[in-house]
Ligand binder design. Structure first.
Ligand code: NAI
Ligand code: MG
Length: 347
């Protein structure tokens, strides 16, 4: 088969790790007898500085012609940091009904995590990706006056909760059949109490999946103290955003986390990116950790149906970390391209 992939490296380290991830995709495609046709788009905060927008007006229409979007990160110091989400990430996620943000967390062989727990970690955060706390409904009222205020409203709809909950319960069925839904309904007594209620209704359709709920505050402690208890973690947009960076830290570095913004119905392309941002503090030095970007490639190939190639990438990643090919954030001395080259050798 042939697949059309839109490539959006974005800003900062996105420019360095996306090309390395692409090298791995091309190598694995050759081995598994499929072809990848890519087209690269220079969108993001750098593009904004030249064009006063993050992507051209026909940008979303253009992306619809592809099977998937392989993305780095957007955002630059000096560009208003309320724009990257509003004008790119949240825009693509909502426009393409990518209501699942699939963010796995696991132990990497040969990478010492920072935790007291040494048990094997293997769970998936399913973050609701299109509504909740990130709907950008609100305003700043009389901001310069002493009565000024800022308001953001969270919106949780039955449809929005049900669809992501069904995805998460079905995912749990393919794994260890345990789902923990994370909430804060003891204080967010409308939005998250409703979230709990709808999830409990959906849970009744999955009696074979063990289901419990946990408050967000306790869950951050459990991620650190007992991460092995989690299988599928279902949570809201904001909580999932925060928990996935914590998941990255639990693995050993933010640079290790891959993800997919998934439209399960495949009405639109899904978008695959590492969990972190553009890391301007380390950009331009070829030292960024590319494992999360490479893992995102595996999640993408699995989504488009090339599961064997995806598994091949994961096995090669495991072999490479086990050999000690690690970037500086993991205490190693390999640079970005050396990691990708080693993964390709290990395919
Ligand atoms: P960040 O994730 O870019 O960086 C946080 C820290 O982790 C930095 O010290 C960075 O050097 C380190 N780090 C991140 N990825 C790494 C990697 N692959 N290898 C080694 N170290 C890595 O988050 P920050 O600093 O809060 O945001 C920077 C910019 O990225 C902002 O403009 C923000 O809006 C944007 N951003 C964009 C996202 C996206 O496009 N999906 C997601 C998160 C942030
Ligand atoms: Mg984030």
């Amino acid at each position: 088969s042939n697949y059309k992939i839109a490539v959006v490296p974005g800003d900062g380290i996105g420019q360095e790790i996306v090309p390395e991830g692409l090298k791995v995709i091309e190598a694995v495609a050759k081995k598994h007898n499929f072809t990848i046709e890519t087209e690269s788009f220079d969108w993001g905060a750098g593009y904004y500085l030249r064009n006063e927008k993050f992507l051209p007006d026909n940008g979303l229409e253009t992306l619809k012609n592809f099977d998937a979007v392989y993305f780095g990160a957007v955002g630059l110091p000096g560009v208003d940091d309320t724009l990257p989400a509003k004008d790119y990430t949240f825009k693509v996620r909502t426009s393409f009904n990518q209501y699942v943000n699939y963010r796995p967390v696991r132990s990497y062989p040969g990478v010492p995590g920072p935790l007291r727990s040494e048990k094997e970690i293997d769970f998936v955060i399913v973050r609701e990706n299109t509504e909740g706390e990130f709907v950008q409904v609100g305003g700043q009222y009389l901001p310069d006056s002493e009565n000024g205020m800022g308001v953001d409203t969270s919106i949780f709809t039955r449809k929005g909760i049900e669809r992501v909950a069904h995805y998460a319960f079905k995912l749990a069925r393919t794994r260890r059949k345990k789902l923990t839904h994370i909430t804060k309904s003891n204080t967010l007594i409308n939005s998250l109490a409703y979230w709990d209620r709808v999830i409990k209704e959906v849970a009744e359709e999955y009696p074979d999946v063990e289901h419990d709920q946990m408050y967000i505050d306790n869950s951050t402690a459990m991620f650190v103290l007992k991460p092995e208890i989690f299988d599928v973690v279902l949570t809201t947009n904001l909580f999932g955003d925060i928990l996935s960076d914590l998941g990255g830290a639990v693995m050993g570095s933010l640079g290790l986390g891959g993800s997919g913004n998934i439209n399960p119905e495949k009405e639109f392309p899904s978008m695959f990116e590492p969990i972190h941002g553009s890391a301007p503090d380390i950009a331009g030095q070829n030292i960024a950790n590319p494992y999360g970007q490479i893992w995102s490639a595996a999640i993408m190939l699995d989504h488009i149906g090339e599961t064997e190639a995806a598994n091949n990438i994961m096995q090669a990643i495991d072999k490479t970390t086990k050999q000690g090919v690690l970037t500086v954030d993991l205490g190693g001395n390999a640079n970005t391209s050396e990691v990708a080259d080693a993964v390709i050798t290990n395919l």
